[in-house]
Write a protein that binds this ligand. Sequence first.
Ligand code: BGC
Length: 285
Amino acid sequence: MNSCFIFLVLMIRIRLSTMTSHYKCRSGVYPRSSVKRLNVSDDRVSWDSEFKDYNPPYYTSDSVKGKSWADPEIDTPNFSPKWNQIERDVNRKSHMGHYNIVNGYPLNPTGRTGLQGRGVLGRWGPNHAADPIVTRWKDVSRDILQFIAIKRGDTGEWALPGGMVNPGEKVLTAAIREFQEEAMNSFEASEADKENWKEKFKDFFSKGIEIYRGYVDDPRNTDNAWMETIAYNFHDETGAVVGNIKLQAGDDAIGVQWVDITPDIILYASHKDIIDSVLNKHQKC
Ligand code: BGC
């Protein structure tokens, strides 16, 4: 192979990975606002590429200001976050490795998004989520894998039934809790029902397999705040355990159902990439 060909393949790879991992969070109007992102072309996403006078709009939503679960503004006296560390119960470490701090602000490790501030995200830097991927085969032929998807109340898109990790909570615990809240409406279940589920699904949920850990191309990301997740697959090979589970949307989900994993499936953020890894794993088995 000549060096020119190798270079070309490398460039295409870099471009593809930038495009798929950092695409939904650098286009159009920021969610739940009228703030327009500065347009960042593919070749200027990387902080290493030159972008003279890069000065995108600054936006932090009023919905996060002054909230006990959120950070204050960066310049608030006595606010001195321990970047890249776990600070008491707040995890400011990124799954992507060390991130840089410039002028006091953490920088999105995947590059420019065309918006400064933290939009509607609670934390500066990484905001940690957990995602459960509950799967089964559609029928005995084992040709089509299905997963439990929820319809998000905020965007109306189908997504994994995940959510934010609470301070001090284990990520796996958060994934299971979110599943029960969003796909089984545990908020409205009786204590007796919850005890019953605990017994019934204890074994099933103890066998989660980590599928993905890292950045999520979420439309809420900014230059200074971004979503990361750890996704676990809980697979029911025979369909006997969760196959007949009673699904009921709860919390901020407005719909829930088993969905066929097909190549053309459209999902929130970069959940499709995560689902593809699950499919890949089961197809190889
Ligand atoms: C969702 C997770 C998702 C994360 C990043 C959270 O709001 O509940 O399912 O992975 O955002 O997009």
